[in-house]
Design a protein around this ligand. Structure first.
Ligand code: MD6
Ligand code: FE
Length: 217
């Protein structure tokens, strides 16, 4: 209890929170490899730049996005989908850095999902005020695979609901190094991110980075 008071009530590294059946928060799992993850990030966004996508409804997303892996998630006036080529460069997305892949597979195993083989990793970059409205991840072909989501940089409030949009979502604080794994009965739960509070992170400055690994194709 004393340690928690001094750490702003953050659960210890290694702790696990079951958010719902099939959805688990692995506290601090990515922290030990954060420097390697961030070197990978530099490589990925050097070849596939972060950009603000347009929604099918014509809005510009406040979160900047890029991708790596065989498939990348894109949005424009014609809809949401996965594409093998980056529409900006018209080249394949960069490969998923090996240390990212190792972490994603290990997180899936810890949450009870064996044999996770991601073929897409969405990179999300939040600056203060950026948010992600409640949504379901349903553009993937195979809902039997989980999603693995890695949080780096500034803390965020993750909104986590049920399969019904009208259910009031739970709120979970995600800090640097936290990993959420999401599948099975929770795979189609509505979720989102509340507007990012301003702050300064020692490694990432005024930014939050989220990496989400999926089996899309
Ligand atoms: C984010 N994450 O944390 C956005 N989707 O920045 C997601 O939209 C998400 O964290 C599916 C599963 C886990 C997630
Ligand atoms: Fe999502």
């Amino acid at each position: 209890m004393t340690a928690e008071l001094f750490e702003d009530m953050a659960p210890e590294k290694g702790a696990q929170t079951v958010m719902a059946p099939g959805a688990m928060l692995l506290h601090g799992l990515a922290r030990a490899v954060d420097a390697a993850l961030l070197r990978g990030l530099e490589d990925v966004i050097a070849s596939a730049t972060l950009r603000h996508l347009t929604t099918p409804g014509g809005y510009t997303m406040s979160v900047a996005m890029s991708n790596c892996g065989p498939l990348g998630w894109v949005s424009d006036r014609s809809g949401y989908r996965y594409e093998a080529l980056d529409p900006l460069s018209v080249r394949p997305w960069p490969v998923i850095p090996p240390c990212w892949m190792d972490l994603a597979v290990e997180a899936a195993v810890q949450a009870g999902y064996q044999r996770f083989q991601p073929d897409a990793c969405l990179v999300n970059m939040y600056e203060p005020g950026a948010k992600l409205s409640l949504h379901q991840d349903k553009d993937e072909k195979d809902f039997s695979a989980p999603i693995v989501s890695v949080s780096l940089g500034l803390p965020a409030t993750f909104l986590f609901g049920t399969g019904s949009r009208s259910d009031k979502p739970q709120r979970h604080r995600l800090v640097h190094g936290d990993v959420v794994v999401w599948g099975g009965p929770a795979r189609l739960a509505y979720h989102g991110v509340a507007p990012l509070a301003d702050g300064e992170h020692p490694l990432l400055g005024r930014r939050r980075i989220n990496l989400t690994f999926r089996r899309a194709g």
